[in-house]
Design a protein around this ligand. Sequence first.
Ligand SMILES: Cc1ncc(COP(=O)(O)O)c(C=O)c1O
Length: 403
Amino acid sequence: MSKDQKNAHIDTLCIHGGQEKCAVTGAVMPPIYTSSTYAQESPGVHKGYEYSRSHNLTRYSFERAVASLENSGISSECDTSNGGFAFASGLAATATCLELIDSGDCILAMDDMYGGTYRLISRVRERSQGLRPVYIDMTDIESVEQAVKEHKPKMIWVESPTNPTLKVSDLKAIAEIAEEHGAIAVADNTFASPMLQRPLESGMHVVMHSATKYLGGHSDVVGGVLVTRDEELAQRIRFLQNSIGSVMGPFDSYLCLRGIKTLAVRMQRHCESAMTIARFLEQHPKVESVVYPGLESHPQYEVASRQMALHGNPAFGGMITIFLKGGVEESRRFLETVEIFALAESLGGVESLIEHPAIMTHASVPAEARAKLGISDSLVRLSVGIERVEDLVEDLSRALDAV
Ligand SMILES: Cc1ncc(COP(=O)(O)O)c(C=O)c1O
């Protein structure tokens, strides 16, 4: 990255961060390099590219772009993609990240997180890697401190805001505890995106994204990302990315790179519309309660207002969780009646989506754990897209009338 880019505004970095025009043609977007292998002049003599799992320029372009947005601070001399690494999915990124710790190690994880992350840790890696997970509510910093002293984790995994109950944890406080105790602190930043929150700047060691969501932004690609600010971790992740091999392909890298060019404008609209919708739902008689980090009623409103910002002003993302009055039947009727909101898993795209976590995205979380976290049959999750907000409000209003 050039010196000029380092001083550029984040809106500009969405478009130019980590990018260089093609030296041969001047192309402003990188070509999709499909070649799986590269010709060598003599055995072992090549241009730095041997095999596409290990080296791919389209992937590097996307990896450098995200590293720039997350402000990794790692130079190209130290790491060719500035400490950014792209994977075939968010879970592939998570799975590779978990390989940073050893068999038998403790991982301290957020009690509420994406169901697939929970499934990977508890139903795969507990068995195959002997990981010892301890799940706690990390919104309570004292309990993080206590758990770290008691269990001596090698990794702390925090998601903020969480999926689906939108808990917000103090990333800076957690990073300080991790640093003091020599644990690797990882933040799943999928819900906030680097536009609203840059965990590495708060001291986290690694940031993870499901690029399927806001980074890609158009619900047309599955991908994942890790970014680190730590040079030694960058070397280790590079080794693991190549050794495990669950890399992002060149076509998907191209789509994700194209997606983040509009991240700044999309996030602005997601945040504004979600705030309007949260306020509308808050006063609706068919809605028991609304969880949105931007509402004063949110339990971590103060932390969220400090930690999440767009262009210097508090901003809280496009995800809203509501509890409807009634049970599964009322939820079903509501979800079947919406028209603009598509009833579908996933989030973070330009189109609005709505879903029922207990039956859909979080079915892999045991019923007992779901009950403890409050993921009940009346909980509905909304991903507010960038359609005209009045149309979205009308859609929800009509569906609520039908409940
Ligand atoms: C917060 C969060 N992290 C990780 C993932 C996993 O990402 P992927 O579906 O790309 O594997 C998801 C998917 O929904 C998610 O919401």
